[in-house]
Design a protein around this ligand. Structure first.
Ligand code: GLU
Length: 511
């Protein structure tokens, strides 16, 4: 690594909600910066106004905040020495035009005046001629209206009279372009496979390619860590650095593997999430135009730290077998060399497993405070010390915080009894048996799990009965259910008088 300070950026376009793959890109940039004591920048690439979606930028900012992947500089994070960080604002400052003009002067770019009809005609003509490449390139440009084919005075006349134009890069005809990728090694393409991409439009708007390179250069970016879908653009970007005279300080590239569908191949999409019932976005999102809803990890009940932990491991692995990492540990361990080339298959079950691990790592007190508003919303008590007792019983099986409330009988006496359990376990003589057990319960003091269990065992011995013959009846009477956490602990939480009341009620209600 050179001695320049590491500076990386996440550069999303605000075209909709940020996919979890995008969050992973942001995360890897963040971790890389932290690992190397560098800076992490958020730049909003909004040059394509036709794809702009209101609210998308705020969504990106909110998502990064929720995940705790906070940039040092950038839109929504207090800006910094390279402000503004929104490309539309940088365009207003005239930041890009000079570089497009510099490329024209050095002969690496040219003006093109073709109308969309003419471009369409060109494509059809090349298609009809079964040309291998139907794009605007070293060959086809010779037949089009541009500053390479038109006489110089006509070009100036058109420019002066305000004819619409674009500036295109002049890709050389047959040249090897080499891109060194940290994850993939050398990627080599022949320039004949590239086309003369538009860099700048007469309305003063740069395209993604020009703005991206200019900004990465001006913002002193040292490493470009981005999704695999940008790999085909990398040779063009290398040429732009070269033609602008910036090759010496060109960032290093790392193209991240795709997130793949859980079943089969292809990129993980919102449709897969809808079909298989998991979110592919960090936060809920409602499309402002179509009203289409997308669900988010946050609202599903995921912890942000679990979410970034699982994301980190989608495409990267640690040096050992460890799977649970705090953000700080991830930053310590992270390295681009251990990012895999091949796509990472998304596993929704594993995603839940991560949340469960993080739930178990939290103290009962912390969980009780998280649970209190939820309990309140459901009209249940939000008393912290009571919730802590609930959590002790429900924590083992819970995946999400809300699951900790999956024991309604701890909050109120059952109104109904599980019919399968009743059918299987409650016999005509069960009422009498419970009445006897009730008598034993009365003398248990203190009314706590251990002495209660001891009393229960004595009762079984005296009656010469097995656990399986009596415990389900006790459970059914008190909770209305056939299964659940330790009955003696449940009883302790409820207290003697409530347990007694419930058993009495069950005896009268059950057949
Ligand atoms: N604006 C591009 C995107 O939306 C950025 C690609 C890059 O990081 O260079 O992903």
């Amino acid at each position: 690594m050179s001695d320049r300070k590491v500076r990386v950026r996440f550069a999303p376009s605000p075209t909709g909600p940020l996919h979890m793959g995008g969050v992973r890109t942001a995360l890897y940039n963040y971790l890389f910066a932290k690992k190397h004591g560098g800076d992490f920048i958020l730049r909003i690439e909004d040059t394509d106004q036709t794809r702009y979606v209101p609210g998308a930028e705020q969504y990106i900012i909110d998502s990064l905040k929720w995940c705790g992947i906070e940039p040092n500089e950038g839109v929504g994070f207090g800006d910094g020495p390279h402000a503004p960080y929104r490309q539309s604002e940088r365009k207003e400052k005239g930041l890009y035009k000079q570089y497009a003009e510099q490329l024209i002067e050095s002969g690496h770019a040219y003006y093109a005046f073709d109308t969309s009809e003419e471009l369409e005609e060109m494509r059809k003509r090349l298609e009809a001629a079964k040309a291998k490449n139907t794009s605007y390139n070293a060959i086809s440009r010779q037949t089009m209206k541009n500053s390479l084919t038109l006489p110089a005075d006509e070009v100036s006349k058109r420019l002066q009279s305000g004819d619409p134009y674009v500036i295109r890069i002049k890709i050389p005809r047959n040249e090897e372009v080499r891109v060194k990728d940290i994850i993939r090694g050398w990627v080599v393409v022949n320039s004949s496979e590239l086309d003369d991409k538009v860099l700048f439009k007469s309305d003063g708007m740069p395209t993604y390619h020009l703005a991206n390179i200019v900004d990465d250069h001006l913002m002193q970016i040292t490493h470009v860590i981005r999704g695999e879908e940008w790999l085909p653009s990398a040779p063009l970007h290398v040429l732009l650095y070269r033609y602008l005279g910036w090759e010496e300080t060109m960032p290093q590239f790392a193209h991240l593997p795709l997130l793949l569908k859980p079943d089969g191949n292809g990129k993980l999409s919102k449709r897969d999430g809808d079909r298989l019932g998991f979110p592919v976005f960090p936060l809920n999102w409602v499309d402002p135009v179509t009203g289409d809803k997308s669900s988010g990890y946050r609202e599903k009940g995921y912890f942000a730290d679990a979410f970034i932990n699982l994301l980190a491991l989608l495409g990267w692995h640690s040096s050992g077998n460890q799977e649970i990492f705090s953000k700080e540990e991830l930053a310590q361990e992270f390295s681009l060399e251990r990012v895999s080339k091949s796509g990472a298959k998304f596993d929704p079950e594993k995603t839940k497993w991560f949340n469960q691990q993080y739930l178990r790592m939290r103290s009962d007190d912390e969980l009780a405070h998280l649970l209190a508003p939820l309990a309140h919303e459901r009209g249940l008590t939000s008393d912290i010390s009571f919730l802590k007792k609930v959590i002790e019983l429900t924590k083992e099986r819970a995946v999400f915080t809300a699951d900790l409330l999956d024991a309604p009988y701890l909050f109120a006496a059952p109104e109904e009894f599980d019919s399968t359990a009743v059918e299987k376990k409650w016999k005509p003589e069960s009422g009498a048996l419970m009445t006897e057990w009730l008598a034993c319960i009365q003398s248990v003091d203190p009314f706590e799990a251990a002495p209660l269990e001891a009393a229960f065992k004595d009762f079984l011995a005296a009656k010469n009965l097995g656990m399986g013959a009596v415990l389900p009846l006790f459970r059914l009477a008190v909770t209305g259910q056939g299964m659940g956490p330790s009955m003696f602990h449940i009883a302790e939480v409820l207290g003697k008088s409530e347990v007694v009341k419930r058993i009495q009620a069950a005896i009268t209600k059950l057949p």
